[in-house]
Design a protein around this ligand. Structure first.
Ligand code: PLP
Length: 709
């Protein structure tokens, strides 16, 4: 039994009670996100009521409770549909029943994977971007590998913000509260039938915390929630928003995640073999683990015992992204986490670059690096950057001796490989190939796929994206009050045959979306040329990042130019639901980070899987993926003069587009297939498919990190 099993069973029974008898198996399916990466899962729910499915943000619990009875009855009377239900329910049940993989982690002592955000699915809005999506992909991959793991995170009531852009190109943010009672999750109860609860002392309040469970295949994800009536408004607010602007509240969140996370696992009866801290936000778990070790009588060995259980992944090569707190800030919020006792000074000191200097702030990353028995970065280049960046923590060691290794990120193939391309690869790569996606040999049959078929899959994915863009861009424009002719141009302008170029990610300034707007005449020439291209942009700027918002504004300024209306669109409110069709449908995926600020980047990997080609700065993952035959590169050198570098890189970007990319896309054989382009797709899939799959990534975590416990 795993904590929360009975609660899930109860919720499933309750949902099933309201369904027609033949559909009851769907209730269990609805409470396990495993459906979302099953080939037929999303289509199956959509078939019941496509409109309600969209309105519920693809949340099956809501769909099944909100759709009209007539829709359920119709589905219940459709024999072919019922066969699909049976197949999916069986698939999921078999998944759950599979024994755990033999390996370094036994089922009684799982890996506890801590992260401040989890991007599991669009209907569970507790993520903002790459870090969360990676965390979600790791849980899913652990499920596929039958690796014993539990996730620990926060149940943000209002999650990350939603984005609107007004007609002047100004970003506006708003938050929507999500109600966990309508999400596919359950509140975990104790043996007494009451909600399991414990407290975390924050500031001058003992804040009560409850725990939700969400099933991500075989992996339970436990989400901590302080929005309870017994807490003060402050206490309730702690778990309200992801990447909350208020520093003190963020520190309180880190304590709930770290200290609360360890308390939760103990209350749930889960004894992890190790704690994997994905980014430094959860490092305060150290305090609670030290207190436990001391209570167990570990004495002087407590520190080494705890260190032996912690492993850490750093994701942030930007200094400002590594948060630090002054001593008085820490003591004000966490002073009553009294279990720190004699360890308090040590803990404050180990987060300083120079532990002996009490004037320095305590940094989460520094603390995590010193407190963990293993630390890694997320790409080869990020490893080099992180070792140099944190060398001051290791006096006496040269940068290349700093104990930070790297495990390059990867993406969960069944989540990100979509539609026609998925069907094509399923047909050629053989049954169960996704479980072996980390091995180069799995991808070898790609060599035998006729160019015509690869191209047809690409064209189908693009056509689907164009359909979606047509609808969404029209709606976005109507909503922001653009002239009707401009809004309608989105309805007729985008073309399913046209070279489609995508740029979508968090709009941090280092991602340099502004390069596109730096040489407007060249951008407009491409849009209006003999072989016109179409551009799709999406991404959110952090509410406090004025520079990033200004970039959106500058890109929007181009919309007045003739011809742009039907050939470029900025799609609002980038999230998982929008990312999937974008990475699947774009022919070319562009990434322009200022080196060396891109730790890895993962959206390009998703594009790659779907046969998209990359045009990227040689930073993050692309620095180790590009080989000259599988996409295009822009130099990744580090320059002091940022403006000069921007000019140079913008020119390189447009040179490549004009001289190589656009001509190659239009160089067709007698059947209309661009053979050189397709060969590049093939090279890219062969080389990058296995290397940047989550299968390879998690395999490396198991062998290089988890096994050493
Ligand atoms: C994959 C993904 C990201 C990360 O993209 P990067 O290329 O790493 O910047 C961000 N947001 C969403 C919704 C994603 O799916």
């Amino acid at each position: 039994m795993t904590a929360g099993d009975l609660d899930i069973e109860r919720a499933v029974a309750e949902l099933a009670d309201d369904l027609p008898l033949p559909l009851r198996a769907l209730a269990r399916v609805a409470y396990d996100y495993r459906w979302s990466w099953s080939a037929d899962g999303p289509a199956l729910f959509a078939a019941i009521d496509p409109e309600r499915w969209a309105r519920s943000a693809h949340n099956p619990r809501r769909l099944l409770t909100e759709t009209a009875q007539a829709n359920l009855d119709r589905a219940a009377g459709d024999a072919a549909f019922l066969q699909r239900v049976a197949r999916l329910a069986l698939e999921l049940a078999a998944e759950r029943a599979r024994p755990s993989c033999g390996g370094p982690v036994d089922a009684a002592h799982p890996v506890a994977f801590f992260c401040s955000e989890f991007g599991v699915h669009g209907s569970l809005p507790i993520y903002s971007g790459g870090l969360g999506v990676l965390a979600g992909d790791i849980l899913k991959e652990a499920s596929d590998m039958a690796l014993p793991m539990v996730g620990v995170g926060l149940m943000y009531r209002s999650g990350y913000f939603h984005q609107r852009i007004d007609a002047n190109g100004l970003q506006h943010e708003y938050w929507i509260d999500s109600d966990p009672e309508r999400l596919p999750c359950v509140k975990v109860t104790g043996a007494d039938g009451r909600a399991l609860a414990f407290t975390v002392p924050l500031d001058d309040e003992d804040v009560e915390v409850q725990v939700w469970r969400v099933d991500v295949g075989r992996v339970p994800l436990y989400l901590l929630d302080t929005d309870l009536p017994c807490n003060s408004e402050f206490g309730r607010w702690v778990s309200a928003r992801l990447y909350e602007g208020n520093r003190a509240i963020r520190l309180a969140q880190y304590a709930v995640l770290g200290v609360g996370g360890v308390r939760a696992l103990r209350a749930l009866g889960i004894a992890p073999s190790l704690y994997h801290l994905n980014e430094g936000h959860s490092v305060l778990c150290l305090c609670e683990l030290m207190a436990q070790a001391r209570a167990d009588g570990a004495g002087d060995g407590a520190w080494e015992r705890v260190r032996g259980q912690l492993v850490f992944t750093t994701h942030t090569p930007v200094a400002a992204g590594n948060e630090s707190y002054q001593r008085d800030e820490v003591l004000a919020m966490l002073g009553r986490i009294t279990e720190l006792g004699a360890d308090r000074e040590r803990f404050l000191a180990l987060g300083r670059v120079d532990p002996a200097n009490p004037g320095q702030p305590t940094a989460m990353t520094a603390l995590a690096l010193r407190a963990s028995r293993h630390a890694n970065a997320v790409s080869r280049r990020h490893g080099e950057v992180a070792r140099a960046m944190w060398q001051p923590l290791f006096p006496g060691l040269s940068a290349d001796q700093v104990p930070i290794s790297h495990i390059s990120n990867g993406v969960h193939v069944p989540t990100w490989l979509q539609g026609a391309m998925r069907a094509l690869l399923d047909r050629y790569l053989g049954p169960g190939w996704m479980l072996r996606a980390g091995q180069a040999a799995t991808w070898e049959p790609l060599r035998g796929i006729p160019a015509r078929e690869l191209w047809a899959a690409r064209c189908e994915a693009r056509a689907q994206l164009v359909q979606l863009v047509t609808r969404r861009a029209t709606r976005d424009r109507l909503r922001r009050g653009d002239p009707l002719a401009y809004a309608k141009a989105a309805g007729s302008g985008f073309d399913a045959q046209r070279l489609t170029i995508g740029f979508a990610r968090r709009l941090a300034t280092y991602k340099r979306l502004h390069l596109v707007a730096l040489l407007p005449e060249r951008a407009l020439a491409l849009i209006g040329g003999a072989h016109p291209v179409q551009f799709l942009f999406a991404g959110k700027a952090h509410p406090d990042d004025a520079d990033a918002k200004d970039v959106v504004h500058r890109v929007f300024a181009l919309k007045q130019a003739p011809g742009v209306a039907g050939r470029a669109a900025f799609l609002e409110d980038y999230d998982l639901a929008l990312a999937a069709p974008l990475v699947a449908g774009c022919d070319l995926w562009v990434n322009l980070p200022r080196s060396p600020n891109e730790a890895s980047g993962t959206s390009g990997m998703k594009s790659c899987l779907n046969g998209g080609l990359q045009l990227s700065v040689l930073d993050g993952w692309w620095a180790e993926a590009w080989d000259g035959s599988n996409g295009w590169s822009i130099a990744g050198d580090v320059q002091a003069d940022a403006q000069a570098q921007d000019q140079r890189d913008a020119h390189t970007l447009f040179d490549l587009l004009e001289r190589e990319i656009v001509p190659m896309f239009h160089q067709r054989d007698a059947e209309g297939v661009p053979l050189r382009w397709v060969e590049m797709m093939r090279n890219s899939l062969l080389r990058n498919g296995p290397r940047f799959s989550a299968t390879r990534m998690l395999g490396e975590y198991v062998e290089q990190v988890y096994r050493a416990s």
